[in-house]
Write a protein that binds this ligand. Structure first.
Ligand code: MG
Ligand code: ZN
Length: 226
């Protein structure tokens, strides 16, 4: 009985997520669900994307945090459209929270929506918020065993970002162990190594975002002559 109720709730969540995606499509917005641990550099990665895509695409952000609007203030200073969701005790964003936020974001003014999920590698993976793709972010400081310990994210994400590579010489992080663990979980997932601090690799991150949106647009375009 209990199990059945839980499944119903999940189905309802999925319906809201699908509705969010429709709303985003209608406004020509491609959304990404950014998932990573606290301190991995999620907000820094969004700042880097903004700088890389200046003049090419406009980014809007939904910020999920338990408390505070620190990251939203930080992003707004740069000139991004950013909206804060405080989840209180909630350890992930739900499709319903995003649905509410969407009505407060000027969707016609943006091309890409990055949803920064609550810092957590576990339950955010289980909810479809309306995004086209999940982005899995890990940093060198967290160690090289994250794909092995949190396989679901690395199975479902469209890309893995490895941040803080400037710290590799100062840690025990093993690239070999990281890739070995990752390839067992997901043999084909692309990995972008970068450092938001030094700027190394961020160009590739910007190109991946633009490339993903262009591919999606091509796939959605009706066949010529139809
Ligand atoms: Mg943040
Ligand atoms: Zn949660």
């Amino acid at each position: 009985m209990k199990v059945a109720i839980k499944e119903d709730i999940l189905k309802e969540e999925d319906r809201i997520g699908a509705r969010n995606r429709e709303v985003l499509h209608k406004h020509g917005v491609t959304a990404f669900n950014l998932i990573g641990s606290p301190g991995a550099g999620k907000t820094s990665l969004i700042e880097a994307a903004y700088r890389q895509l200046l003049g090419k695409a406009k980014i809007g952000v939904i910020e999920g945090d338990l408390a505070s609007d620190k990251d939203t203030v930080r992003l707004k200073k740069l000139g991004l459209e950013a909206l804060q969701i405080n989840t209180g005790r909630g350890c992930h964003l739900s499709p319903g929270m995003v649905e509410e936020a969407l009505s407060d974001i000027p969707l016609d003014l943006i091309d890409i929506l990055i949803i920064e999920n609550v810092g957590n590698l576990v339950c955010p993976v289980s909810f479809h918020l309306g995004e086209e793709a999940k982005i899995g972010l890990v940093s060198v400081a967290e160690g090289d065993d994250k794909p092995t310990k949190y396989p679901l994210l690395f199975r479902e994400a469209a890309v893995v970002i490895l941040n803080k590579i400037d710290l590799i010489p100062y840690t025990d992080f093993s690239r070999e162990a990281f890739y070995q663990g990752l390839r067992v979980i997901n043999p084909t997932i692309p990995v972008i190594e970068l450092s938001c601090r030094t700027g190394e690799g961020v160009g590739e991150w910007g190109e991946w975002l633009i490339g993903y949106c262009q591919n999606l647009y091509e796939r959605m375009k009706p066949e010529n002559g139809n």
